[in-house]
Ligand binder design. Sequence first.
Ligand code: FE2
Ligand code: FE2
Length: 248
Amino acid sequence: MAKKTVRFAAVGDLHCTKDSAGSLKGLFAQAAEAADALLLCGDLTDYGLPEEAHVLASELANAKVPVVAVLGNHDFESGKPEEVCRILTEAGVRILDGEACEIHGVGIAGAKGFAGGYGRGALGPWGEGAIKQFVNEALQEALKLEHALAKLRTPRRIALLHYSPIIATVQGEPVEIYPFLGTSRLEEPLIRYPVDAVFHGHAHRGAPEGKTVNGVPVYNVAKPLLQRTYTDRPAFRVFEVPAETARE
Ligand SMILES: [Fe+2]
Ligand SMILES: [Fe+2]
C-alpha cells in the first residue's frame, strides 16, 4: 500500500557531549514514531570530538528511520570533521556536504552553509585577502548547495542547511551577530532551484519560520529554539510532503 505522505522530522543543534548519553534516545524514538525520516541540521556535536560523535551514534540507534544530516560549525571545532563524519556515517547517518539523496521519492539537498550577512549588508569580496577568503567560503557553500539541488530530479525537494539563508529566521538574536548566523548568498540557489521547504539551525535564539523571496518556507529547527517556542511538543518539527506527487 503506497504511502500518502512522507513525513520528515527535523531538528538541529543537538550539541551532543560525552555526558549526553541517554538524553537524546527518547527524542529520536519519538521522531521515528512521528516521521518516516529524521533530518539533522548541524551542530550534531558540541566540540566536534570523535567521543561526542560516538555518543550521538549510539543514541541514534533508537531512530529506526533513515537519518540525513549536515554538519555545523561546532562539528569543526576540534579540526576533526572527517572523523565525526566517518563515525556517524558508519552508524548509518547520511551526511550531505554539497550532495543530494532521496528518501521515499523526496529529494534532499544538503550543505553546511556559512556566514556573511544579508541583502545589501552582505559582506563583499573586496580589500584584504582575509575578507576575500571569508566571502569565498560563503560562495563555495552556496555553490555546494546549488550543485546538490541541480542533481535532484524528484518533483518534491527539501534543502538542509546549518546556517540560515534568510534574515527572518535569525530575528530574535542580537542584531550585531546577524552576519555570523548565515547569508543571503545561500538563498540564491533556492531561488534558481525551488524546494518545498528549507530547514536550518545555528540561530538558537532566532525565529522558527520565515520565507525566501520566492515564497519557500524556511524553518529554523535549532533544538533550543524549538524547546522554548513549542513547550508542549517534542523538540523536532514534522513536515509532510505528499507522496503521490513525489513519484515520477
Ligand atoms: Fe548550535
Ligand atoms: Fe552553529
